[in-house]
Write a protein that binds this ligand. Sequence first.
Ligand SMILES: C[S@@+](CC[C@H](N)C(=O)[O-])C[C@H]1O[C@@H](n2cnc3c(N)ncnc32)[C@H](O)[C@@H]1O
Length: 307
Amino acid sequence: MISNHHQSVMFNESIDALNIKTDGIYIDATFGRGGHAQGILNKLGEQGKLIAFDQDISAIKYAHKHFTDNRLALIHSAFSNMLNIITEQGLMGKIDGILMDLGVSSPQLDNAQRGFSFKADGPLDMRMNQTIGMSAAQWLESANKEEIANVIYQFGDEKKSRHIATKIKKYQQKHTLETTLALANIVSSVVKGQKNKHPATRTFQAIRIFINQELKQLTDVLVQSKDILSKGGRLSIISFHSIEDRIVKRFIQKNSRQKTLPKGLPIIEHKIEKTYLQDLGKYFASKAEISSNCRARSAILRVASKN
Ligand SMILES: C[S@@+](CC[C@H](N)C(=O)[O-])C[C@H]1O[C@@H](n2cnc3c(N)ncnc32)[C@H](O)[C@@H]1O
């Protein structure tokens, strides 16, 4: 099914976390179908501005068709280009908040042609930006057994990673591995399903993260946020699995921890190292939201403010 609907996760919490000023300038790094973006626009006054990124052209096309708000600027790009784009626009250090709702959207998952889903058959693509890089099928063809096993283990926490990689290479001796169901069937022949969890969930997640370089994208944009945000500017980040959340958690902890002074020397001789962030906590979706949207089950929202 091709749907254009995406139910925004932790909508109120993630937008409240931005502490929106009516004339502020905000970034939605992951526009999707614009649920969060509309929430931000609703809180902005006439002088406010929202810059929205998405690396998937279908999200940007959707935005052009359904959003006519002149306070919204749309950018078809990976959010790791944020620093360059904000510099070009002369907005460095002037952004009052960045919202990130990581991962893929429901329309991406629901469209079998995009190759993200193990539930419906389609080409094994998995690229959020289909204009660049290798599809999952091309990568699985070119990578060796060890490389495949490492990706599935590192980004999917899949204990059977070696066994899966061996099966993939064996299959490719006779066939071209080019569809989602072919990959899902290979994984299902090795991994037992759990209640509410398809056997191929972890493998698909791992390959998607690798193909889209999701962890590098996140690490890069977090570092860039140091220069992009204004004083008091907020980070509001929703992640959906522990590998991603760990990166956000460590970044916030590292940059908000009070740097201790060496003992025994007069304080005047030491420049006190200022921390960049204030950690404003970690939040989960409410029970009510989880019962109406199962994606919210694994959502973790982390919030920080620039000092
Ligand atoms: C979970 S959806 C966001 C949904 C959105 N918050 C809403 O309410 O409709 C994630 C979106 O971010 C995009 N995305 C993921 N990683 C990205 C990146 N590194 N750069 C730009 N866009 C990215 C995906 O293409 C997808 O459309």
